[in-house]
Design a binder for this molecule. Sequence first.
Ligand SMILES: Nc1nc2c(c(=O)[nH]1)N[C@H]1C(S)=C(S)[C@@H](COP(=O)(O)O)O[C@H]1N2
Ligand SMILES: [Mo]
Length: 560
Amino acid sequence: MSTLSRRRAATAGVVATVVALGTAEPVAVLTGPRSAPLVAVGGLVVDLVPEPLKQFAIDVFGTYDKVALLVGTALLLAAFGALLGLAAARRLVVGLAGIAAFTALGVAAALTRAGANAFDALPSLVGGGLGALTLRAFVAGPLSPDPGRRERAGTDPAERGGTDPAGGDRAPRATQPSAPPPAVAALAREGESPGGWEPVRHDDDAESRRRFLRGAGLLTGAAAVAGLGGHWLAGRRGVSAAREAVTLPAPAAPAPQVPAGADLSLPRLAPYVTPNREFYRIDTALVVPQVDPATWRLRIHGRVRNPIELSFDDLLARPMVERYVTLACVSNEVGGDLIGNARWLGVPIKELLDEAGPEDGADQVVGRAVDGWTCGTPTSVLRDGRDALLAVGMNGEPLPIQHGFPVRMVVPGLYGYVSACKWLTELELTSFADFDAYWVPRGWSAQGPIKTQSRIDTPRPRSRPAAGPVTVAGVAWAQHRGIRRVEVRVDGGPWQEATPAPAVSADTWVQWSWRWDATPGEHTLQVRATDTTGETQTEQRAPVAPDGATGWHTVRVTVG
Ligand SMILES: Nc1nc2c(c(=O)[nH]1)N[C@H]1C(S)=C(S)[C@@H](COP(=O)(O)O)O[C@H]1N2
Ligand SMILES: [Mo]
């Protein structure tokens, strides 16, 4: 009894998808934004897509990669919805079964996320149910081109035909109450596709067309409003107020003064201290985890003699240390900006580990976030005396929510993926042999010491400085070892010593500058740094995976 044209069938499937995804959002206001099917399935995609594809997405979309992923997932689901609409027009049960399968996917995605509970199934179930009703309304209900006919067919069991186990959603053609006149039948046959699509006279009927468009338009509009409104509301139910209510304690050990001259304050040169708003953000979280400090607990457990559990107030009551530490991402390309320097306030991790008493052989501390993300840090690094912190403050404020509120790890000298767990809830003592943290099975090294690197910030690539004296400047970093020397060369000529600015400690980057007497024409500028162990950056280009990029940052300019 297919009475839908293919175009209408596909449209109905898309509308059903929009209804399903849209109506799930207001439900997720109650159950949390990560339980919404789009975000839950998107999160699953983040965890499952192969690494090169993810890197490609980050390269192409940059920090918009998450928006791109959500939009892409929605478009993909809508495409599947169109197929389900086509299937439903032939056999409603097939379309409904498809919606059930996608509902199950949404439920599975929501329930398998870290910290999920049974209620997280609700948004997908509600959305899936309403999506199914929508599809049914178009194919066999009030919005179908011939709603009356179905009722007629339905009232007489004899007319329903016995061939369809699903109960007559597709009555055999022969039993249709009114056979089309021969001319129409011929026309219809002509329009038949190899797939056996039944053409539809009713579609051309202006009344049916109006009803279809009105139904599709209204449902899409209502679902879009529900979806965007729900998404917005869910976002507002965050912890900003709780964050603003936090009063940070004064540090028992304040950060050293930033030495005069550490910041050269040049245009386009990254400032020595990165403002929170400009600080790079990298994580796998599609919606920023909202962790209430009132219920937050940190468990230090696993292979320890004395497991510890701390509340946020317990943590704030401990003596606080304040330190400048430069954080860097292993995915930072040569010349990239996934690096930033901040003043962190927190509790030394070493003290907490000493109290917990790691067992011999527990050589890895796994930091675990509320969203299930993990990083693995060598126990020895956390106990060797460096300023590894459980940070609660960043540049004088409570941690921004995006940067891990209420508590994150900060470890000088290690890339973020092995050390800088945001939204931290657990430190588990284990061994590297026994546990692989999040990025390790995805092809990244279990050990992630930061490689010595340097960057030219000014002049910009392809810029056109005037001939004469030009200040070449940038940053260089070798956290926890410190920078000994920065050198610049022009057009492959001899290396010339640049002047590193003073820094607070070996745990931060340094700015550097060099005066260039620029002559007209095209020129290539390169920089390399040497750390205090005497090791100079290699020219050898290495990709970011598995353990950080190498190579010299190279900038081409045209002096005019
Ligand atoms: N919970 C959680 N913490 C995380 C990550 C993550 O995906 N989830 N990413 C890590 C990575 S790869 C980096 S580089 C740093 C970045 O910290 P930022 O976003 O505050 O700059 O956070 C780390 N902590
Ligand atoms: Mo990272």
